[in-house]
Design a protein around this ligand. Structure first.
Ligand code: ADP
Ligand code: MG
Length: 492
């Protein structure tokens, strides 16, 4: 079902375009040799070269590692990589931008990463390709601190010059049938989570909104269901939380609908989001839009990328989470839910595959144990080989699921040794010996003559009661299949 908002004059749908910035991981900055580590733990203004401080006459030198990161991300989103792209200066003044301009890639020319797509699950549950218009390289600015002194502002340039990759979604204006864009707050979140997943899996960025390594400008417009043209959009700047992004989209859409329904026109404004009220308000209107006076950076040559460079990076690409999910479902028969949980991070997938080893038959039970037990105890560092041993013991009938759980709890409580060792230490082997089980069954039936009579007169639901009693009598060690069989034999 497409997400719509009911207005006084009918149903409205949303058109959403996202411009996402991710802070790219590299040893040094985009155009200087200074360390790109700008973490809060690093002393202010210690990772700043003459270039980042914009000393006169300093020349930027493009960092090849950063270019490779852009290519890597581009390949991961199925995008065209431009063989030639250029750098331009976007001019504005701000104390944390000593150059007086940001080096970016011009909007009118091909950026390093061209058209591509990212697949999300749409609101109707089907996969949907969100089209990407471009992803380009640019410099980040430094950071201003207004809260350290009553009358002074401090500037930290550690972040100045670190590479950002800006990823822009595409709206196929000439082809309104193509629905490859985001149409609801939830889809926006799913898209951003995909970006984060891809960025992390490829090592391009931590893409962490809380830490500021992923930020987003949110473009929203609305239109009546059935309309084929897009209407005017607004852009809400600098969003840093999934929750706020969703609230802002919904608020902004309702605001626009109200304007249209009361006979007004939406103007193409830049908005700010007010965290406390969950509302948006105009920051600047189109009339006073900034003119950045973009011009080609005379200090930088065009960036030329060769086919060999692209092929080398392609050959080193890790398996992406979406492909891994498909493999877990297809080859291993896991459910969509399980596959999703096991691909939440590269570490989790590695752990799972290590526990599974070369035995795909283990996959389902390893997945169950991980999802229901290990995820509930994140502090417990179990060895993959130990879980493998545990599920193998169950599969071989050595122990019951109940005993396995007991062993697991002992390990959780810090008991040393592998599962089989612990089982032996505590005599926790499953009893497969039929004579021992028969004895326990006989005792249970003798002690519960009334229930036996009821069972024989047709109350077959009592089977569970007998099984439970026998399991209890054997301290959970009896093989449940054998217990069932022997009980059935004795009761009929
Ligand atoms: P700008 O350079 O002014 O930010 P762009 O043309 O690069 O504008 O578009 C920015 C984002 O806004 C893109 O993701 C684009 O798809 C989206 N967008 C453009 N028009 C609309 C619209 N009418 N409704 C919603 N989003 C839009
Ligand atoms: Mg913009």
């Amino acid at each position: 079902m497409t997400y719509t908002i009911k207005g006084k004059t009918g149903d409205w749908e949303l058109v959403i375009g996202l411009e996402t910035h991710i802070e790219v991981l590299s040893h040094s900055k985009l155009f200087s040799g200074a360390s790109a580590d700008y973490n809060p733990g690093v002393a202010a203004n210690t990772q700043v070269s003459m270039i980042d401080a914009a000393m006169p006459g300093m020349l930027p030198v493009l960092n090849a590692e950063c270019v490779n990161q852009a290519i890597r991300f581009g390949l991961a989103i199925n995008a065209e990589i431009s063989r030639t792209s250029k750098f331009a200066r976007k001019q504005y003044f701000y104390p944390d931008l000593p150059q007086g301009y940001q080096i970016s890639q011009p909007a009118e020319e091909p950026p390093v990463v061209g058209r591509g797509w990212i697949e999300i699950i749409s609101d109707d549950g089907a996969p949907k390709k969100i089209l990407i218009e471009r992803a380009h390289m640019e410099q980040d600015a430094g950071k201003s601190f207004h809260d350290k002194h009553p009358s002074k502002t401090f500037v930290d340039l550690n972040r100045s010059g670190v590479m950002l990759l800006e990823i822009v979604t595409f709206l196929d204006i000439k082809n309104p049938e193509n629905n490859g864009y985001i149409t609801s707050p939830d889809e926006a979140e799913r898209y951003l989570r995909q970006i984060r997943e891809i960025a992390r899996a490829t090592g391009v960025s931590n893409a962490n909104m809380e830490e500021g390594s992923m930020r987003c400008d949110v473009n929203v417009s609305v239109r009546k269901v059935g309309e084929t043209k897009f209407r005017t959009r607004t852009e809400t700047k600098n969003m840093v939380s999934f929750k706020f992004i969703k609230t802002a989209i919904e608020y902004e859409a309702r605001r626009q609908i109200e304007i249209y329904e009361s006979g007004g026109e939406v103007s193409q404004d830049t908005m700010r989001y007010n965290q406390d009220s969950g509302t948006t308000s105009v920051m600047r209107s189109k009339e006073d839009a900034l003119d950045y006076r973009y011009f080609p950076d005379p200090d930088l040559l065009p960036l030329i990328i060769t086919d060999e460079q692209i092929e080398k990076i392609r050959s080193e690409m890790p398996e992406l989470p979406a492909a891994r999910r498909a493999r877990y479902m297809g080859d291993l028969g896991l459910s969509e839910y399980d596959a999703g949980r096991l691909t939440e991070s590269v570490e989790i997938s590695k752990w799972f595959e290590s526990a599974m080893g070369d035995k795909p038959a283990r996959a389902k039970s390893v997945a169950n144990w991980m999802i229901s037990e290990l995820f509930a105890h994140p502090e417990f560092e179990m060895k993959p080989a130990d879980l493998a041993e545990l599920v193998d013991m169950i599969a071989a009938g050595e122990i019951s699921g109940k005993i396995a759980k007991d062993i697991f709890i002992k390990m959780l409580d810090g008991e040393s040794g592998a599962p089989r060792e612990i089982a032996e230490r505590h005599g926790l082997k499953q009893v497969n010996d039929t004579s021992a089980i028969e004895k326990a069954v006989a005792e249970v039936l003798a002690a519960n003559a009334a229930q036996v009579a009821e069972y024989k007169s047709g109350k077959v639901g009592l089977m569970g009661f007998f099984v439970g009693a026998v399991m209890k009598a054997t301290n959970g060690k009896a093989n449940p299949a054998a217990v069932n069989e022997i009980l059935r034999e004795k009761l009929n």
